[in-house]
Design a protein around this ligand. Structure first.
Ligand code: XUL
Ligand code: CO
Length: 438
């Protein structure tokens, strides 16, 4: 590494109440046991390459604010190598176990796909060398199938099969690199898999193309022996007005239609959940119930804005409910908490990057501790179990097992003179109960 980028060389550590300057953890204590598992192994934090090292701080009204030197190297590959140095220095300073990237974050696009792939592979080799000496591992890799203008009408759902082929070639390269780097997952986010106007769009064809693309990715995973999980990341809008992978429920339906529900899981992002009109915990609980919860992109949206602000997650009650539903689903398996989050464009000091991650890791850690208390105390779980306990009885089980018809049930209601009485849902009692754990 040439010049020092951050002001500190000391990795962040758990200091409890003594963590004063924002560069150490108050709550995130990797070795602390929570429900029988180390905190680090519950949370499996990952730093993303794109927001932290590739995004220059622009918005629709103004350009770069961060002035990172590696973005201005006359030789873009030299810039990519300098960027890798800073990235791995940050992984070390945050003591995070994982990172994530798109191909286009880590290396510049060349004039041909062959050159682009070579650039990606060259940086991949640097990653492999750095990972020999570092703790950090790859949570997932992914291909950027949305920035280049060739993808303006989609990648898999493009009206032109040559664009589909180009996207397939790009995914093959990144999936193989992810495999070689020992990645725990591979992510597909729909990017421009959607449409702007129905007038130029054949939905039937586009859905069939998307299904074939996903199936090809799973087939290739099996062919190369990649043991990680293939994840789809839902998002309802932005960049296209109608995205096919709208939310968890929509993707589940698609996976069923393509016969992939056993092969593919879901990467749920907080900001995408609220853009879909859901809470984060709704999406987590639904994916858990359907058995397809894979990983999360942790960030926060702005409830007043209808776009993806990707802010660092700091809201402790929200993190607590998220952690609760993740724990109820049995955890994230090969997944983790990926910081798909960016500092605000006025946060121009290099250390702001460290402070943002550390503060959000603390918020997530507190959320986990609160969720563990809710589970250990058991009152919430007991309330819900009691509410549905009728279904554990003989008749409830017989209905669900398909042993009762409409005729049977009608006869039973008349014979037993059933007059079911409504019971309180006790929402405010439960809301107060949750507040007790915060
Ligand atoms: C876009 C988004 C992506 C995916 C990976 O909103 O979340 O960064 O996480 O392609
Ligand atoms: Co994301």
């Amino acid at each position: 590494m040439t010049a020092r980028f951050f002001t500190t060389e000391k990795p962040a550590a758990y200091k409890g109440a003594r963590a004063a300057n924002g560069l150490n953890f108050r709550w995130y204590d990797p070795d602390r046991m929570v429900l029988g598992k180390r905190m680090e192994d519950h949370l499996r934090f990952a730093v993303c390459y794109w927001h932290s090292f590739t995004w220059p701080g622009g918005d629709p009204f103004g350009g770069e604010t961060f002035n990172r030197s590696w973005m201005h190297d006359a030789d873009p590959m030299a810039g990519a190598r300098a960027k890798a140095d800073v990235a791995f220095e940050m992984f070390r300073l945050l003591d995070v176990p994982f990172f994530t990237f798109h191909d286009r974050d880590i290396a510049p696009e060349g004039t041909t796909l062959a050159e682009s792939n070579r650039n990606v592979r060259a940086i991949g080799e640097i990653f492999a060398k750095k990972m020999e000496k570092a703790k950090v591992r790859l949570l997932w890799g992914t291909a950027n199938l949305f920035s280049n203008r060739r993808f303006m009408a989609g990648a898999a759902t493009n009206p032109d099969p040559e664009v589909f082929a180009y996207a397939a070639a790009q995914v093959k390269n990144v999936l193989e690199l992810t495999h070689e780097l020992g990645g725990a997952n591979y992510v597909l986010w729909g990017g421009r898999e959607g449409y702007e106007t129905l007038l130029n769009t054949d939905i039937r064809r586009e859905l069939a193309q998307l299904g074939r693309f996903l199936t090809m990715v799973v087939e290739h995973k099996q062919k190369i022996g990649f043991k990680g999980t293939i994840l789809i990341e839902p998002k309802p809008k932005e960049p296209t007005k109608h995205q096919y992978d709208f939310d968890v429920g929509t993707i589940y339906g698609m996976l069923k239609a393509y016969d992939l529900e056993k092969e593919v899981k879901i990467n749920i992002e907080q900001n995408h959940a609220i853009l879909a009109g859901h809470t984060f915990e709704h999406e987590l609980a639904l994916a858990g119930a359907l058995g397809i919860l894979g990983s999360i992109d942790i960030n926060r949206g702005d409830y007043l804005l209808g776009w993806d602000t990707d802010q660092f997650a700091m809201n402790i009650p929200e993190m607590a409910l998220a952690a609760y539903y993740i724990l109820k689903a049995g955890g994230l398996g090969t997944g983790g908490y990926n910081f798909d989050a960016k500092i605000r464009r006025q946060s121009i000091d290099p250390d702001d990057l460290l402070i943002a991650h550390i503060a959000s890791m603390d918020a997530c850690a507190r959320g986990l501790l609160i969720a563990a208390r809710i589970i250990e105390d058991g009152k919430l779980d007991a309330f819900v179990a009691d509410r549905y306990s009728g279904w554990d009885g003989k008749e409830g089980k017989a209905i669900l097992a398909g042993k009762r018809s409409l005729d049977d049930l009608a006869a039973q209601v008349h014979k037993r003179n059933l007059e079911p009485q409504p019971k309180s849902g006790r929402q405010e009692y439960l809301e107060r109960l949750i507040n007790d754990y915060l």
